[in-house]
Write a protein that binds this ligand. Structure first.
Ligand code: SAM
Length: 293
């Protein structure tokens, strides 16, 4: 089946009302897109955060009389009378097939690969984490995850305990276990992340070495040789008392989810207790690592 796509520019305040209206008049799907490529890295569970300048993109089936849709929009008072819009024909494709074709095994550092389950493993002797994209964050395609995976690959994790704070899909904890860690602990505020991490750990045969906790339920006395937290600069600074307490003496800390422009403010907080390495940047993101003094 072919589709017609209507794209309208709007604001975060009006986008949801326009979306509801488009659904009422026949749109089969409505999505929101950033008009100016402003990153919203990570909404809280259940939160829909929109950009100040939001495009509303609606799909209609190809038979829809788009002139009637535009008239209905004009009469709705939801947009200015001369609102700008773009209408495009969308050719039908096997979307799932196309998306699967675009997801390939990726190498991180020297030893580690993340492979989708439907692909051939490129190097059977490597450390291979099998991971399919799901509802929780973390496939390796985001620069912050990649920076953490490369850091873990470069550590000697044999026999060590690793905490993955903000575990999402569990990708970092599972990679650490496959790289030799004795056990790992994943912590997240989102129940979906706990579920995804458990499933992914089972798929990789490491579930018996991974403990998972919602943030509020984590034991008070947790400590690990290596702590990695890929969250965001704001929470990382707020969580400094919690995260720094999780690291054993001489232990390693890796932080990401930080925009390069925010690195110095995060370093200022963590260098109170950690001897920090040079900051590593990737695209507009960065990674901060160090050892507990
Ligand atoms: C950017 S994702 C990182 C996922 C994965 N570790 C990776 O590196 O790809 C951040 C994760 O941190 C979780 N998170 C955000 N704030 C948190 C907090 N205060 N405590 C624990 N987890 C948090 C989110 O639910 C999300 O799953």
């Amino acid at each position: 089946m072919a589709w017609v796509q209507l794209r309208l520019n709007s604001t975060s305040e009006k986008a949801e009302k326009i979306s509801d209206f488009l659904a009422e008049i026949g749109a089969v799907s409505v999505t929101f897109m950033d008009s100016q490529d402003t990153p919203i890295f990570e909404p809280l569970p259940g939160e829909t955060r929109l950009w100040g300048n939001t495009d509303v993109v609606a799909l209609f089936d190809a038979e829809t009389e788009m002139a009637l849709i535009l008239t209905a929009l004009r009469n709705s008072n939801l947009l200015s009378p001369n609102f700008a819009y773009k209408i495009e024909q969308i050719e039908d494709k096997d979307w799932e097939r196309e998306w699967m074709d675009n997801f390939h095994p990726m190498q991180f550092g020297q030893r580690l690969w993340i492979c989708p389950s439907w692909r051939e493993v490129p190097d059977k002797t490597a450390v291979n984490v099998m991971l399919d994209p799901g509802l929780a964050f973390g496939t390796g395609t985001h620069p912050t995850t990649a920076l953490c995976l490369e850091w873990l690959d470069g550590l000697d994790l044999n026999g060590k305990t690793v905490i993955d704070f903000g575990c999402g899909s569990g990708i970092l904890a599972i990679a650490a276990l496959k790289l030799g860690a004795k056990n790992a602990i994943g912590i997240d505020i989102d129940p979906q992340a706990i579920l995804a991490s458990r499933n992914n750990a089972e798929q990789n045969g490491v579930a018996d070495r991974l403990q998972l906790f919602l943030s509020d339920d984590k034991p008070m006395d947790l400590k690990a040789d290596v702590v990695v937290a890929n969250i965001l600069a704001g929470p990382l600074k707020e969580l400094y008392p919690v995260i720094s307490q999780l690291v054993k003496p001489q232990g390693d800390l890796g932080l990401s989810g930080i925009l390069a422009t925010q690195a110095s403010s995060v370093c200022d907080v963590y260098q109170q207790k950690f001897v920090l390495d040079p900051v590593i940047e990737r695209e507009e993101w960065c990674r901060i690592t160090g050892k507990l003094a």
